[in-house]
Every structure is written in structure tokens, then in C-alpha cells.
Design a protein around this ligand. Structure first.
Ligand code: AMP
Length: 224
């Protein structure tokens, strides 16, 4: 069976990370989050981290060459042998073009899942989001709330607000999405890549994940 490149597409706060974590387990493929990779670089203070920190803090996209290089290296890792989920990449048409070049020579099936969520829901969702200061786990206020308020379920560390989850930064991130990322969907469609819209506003994450698994089975020609 050909490897799978599952592109989770959608605005910040649409639930790409949550879905990627669920689908990574059920599909047995790697999860590649460019946001997480960049945050790790910022935390480590290396050259890449230092060059992108202020852009990330302002909610702007980092240069295409930087993320392209990270992804190019990452998909060569052994855990990507069966396929991978791209979460937060590609975010510009330029990145989508590089990805197409990387994938064209490989036996890989690409599927795009567009998580559709209204912007007002996004702003409410992100401004209520809290993150563990130690392990990075994300929690919500209504869905996926921690068992004890303000404390991580996994390691008991106190939760904080992610730097770029402040409302003014969220608005910048949505602007970047609207201007630079939304056009990528049209590019995928023009390139003949299967794209599916999945309604993701008021639906439990497990239900959304099952719907996505069903779409993937359909794409692979398996029985639903
Ligand atoms: P995320 O966690 O995916 O929302 O990403 C957090 C931030 O990392 C974004 O607001 C951007 O500054 C940066 N970032 C993540 N992925 C990309 C990408 N594919 N292209 C450019 N910037 C990115």
C-alpha cells in the first residue's frame, strides 16, 4: 500500500494538532507539526530559533526556506516510512510547490483534510486555550479541559497562555491565514489532490477523527 501524506489544513485553532495526535495513533504514521518544530528551535535558542522567534511572537509566518528545510529533513526520518501527517504545513503556495516537488518522486498518496471552523469560534477557542509549561500539552476551557483547573493532567505542571495565543496575536495569525494560507487550498484543488471539507466546530474530536479515517479508507479504495 502506498505511503500516506495526510495534510491537515485549516486556520489556527481549527483542531489540526488534536486531530494529528489522534490520527497518528490510529493510522500508525508520523506527526509533523512545523509549529512544534519551530517552538523547539526557539526554546533551544539555536540559529534557526533565534531567527524566527520575533516573527512567531508577532503571529507572522516564518520564511518559506526555513520551514521547507525543516520539513525536507524531517520526512526522511525512519518514522515517516509508512507515511506522515502534516500539521501546519504547507502554509503558503510556495511551500505547497516545494512539497509537490518532494513528493513527486515518491510512491505516496496525498490527501488534504480541511477542518472548517467559523472565525468567531476560533477566537473564543484560542483565547481559552492553556498550555502546560513543561510538556506543551494543550487544554481548552469547554472541551478537553484539565481534570484539575490550571494544572496539567500528565505531569501536574501549572498551565499558562501560549505566547502567540493572546487575542491581538491570534488576529494577526488569522490575517496571515486568510492572506497567505487560504489560497493554498485552491492550489491543491488545481493540482488534482483530493481535498475534503470536514465540519469541525461543534463536534467531538474523536468523532471528527473517525470521519477522517473513513475518508482515508475511501481514498485508499477500502470498504468504509
Ligand atoms: P502553529 O502552532 O502551527 O499555529 O504555528 C505557530 C507559528 O509558527 C505560526 O504562527 C508561524 O509563525 C510559525 N509557523 C508554523 N508553521 C509554519 C509554516 N508552515 N510556515 C510559516 N510559518 C509557520
Amino acid at each position: 500500500m502506498a505511503r500516506l501524506c495526510l495534510i491537515l489544513f485549516g486556520s489556527p485553532g481549527s483542531g489540526k494538532g488534536t486531530q494529528a495526535k489522534l490520527l497518528k495513533e490510529s493510522l500508525g504514521i508520523a506527526h509533523i507539526s512545523t509549529g512544534d518544530m519551530l517552538r523547539e528551535r526557539v526554546a533551544s535558542g539555536d540559529e534557526i530559533g533565534r531567527s524566527v522567534a520575533s516573527l512567531m511572537q508577532a503571529g507572522e509566518l516564518v520564511p518559506d526556506e526555513t520551514v521547507n528545510r525543516l520539513v525536507e529533513e524531517r520526512i526522511e526520518q525512519p518514522d515517516c516510512a509508512n507515511g506522515f501527517i502534516l500539521d501546519g504545513y504547507p502554509r503558503t503556495v510556495q511551500q505547497a510547490k516545494l512539497l509537490a516537488e518532494l513528493l513527486v518522486l515518491r510512491p505516496i498518496r496525498t490527501v488534504v483534510i480541511h477542518l472548517v471552523v467559523d472565525y468567531n469560534v476560533i477566537i473564543a477557542r484560542i483565547s481559552g486555550r492553556r498550555q502546560c509549561q513543561a510538556c506543551g500539552a494543550l487544554y481548552g476551557v469547554t472541551s478537553n479541559a484539565p481534570k484539575n483547573p490550571g494544572v496539567c493532567d500528565k505531569d501536574g505542571t501549572s498551565l499558562g497562555i501560549r505566547d502567540d495565543d493572546r487575542e491581538e496575536v491570534v488576529r494577526e495569525r488569522l490575517k496571515a491565514y486568510e492572506q497567505q494560507t487560504a489560497p493554498v487550498l485552491a492550489y491543491f484543488k488545481k493540482s488534482g489532490i483530493p481535498c475534503w471539507n470536514v465540519e469541525a466546530a461543534d463536534v467531538a474530536p474523536q468523532v471528527i477523527a473517525q470521519e477522517i479515517e473513513g475518508l482515508i479508507r475511501k481514498e485508499r479504495g477500502e470498504a468504509a
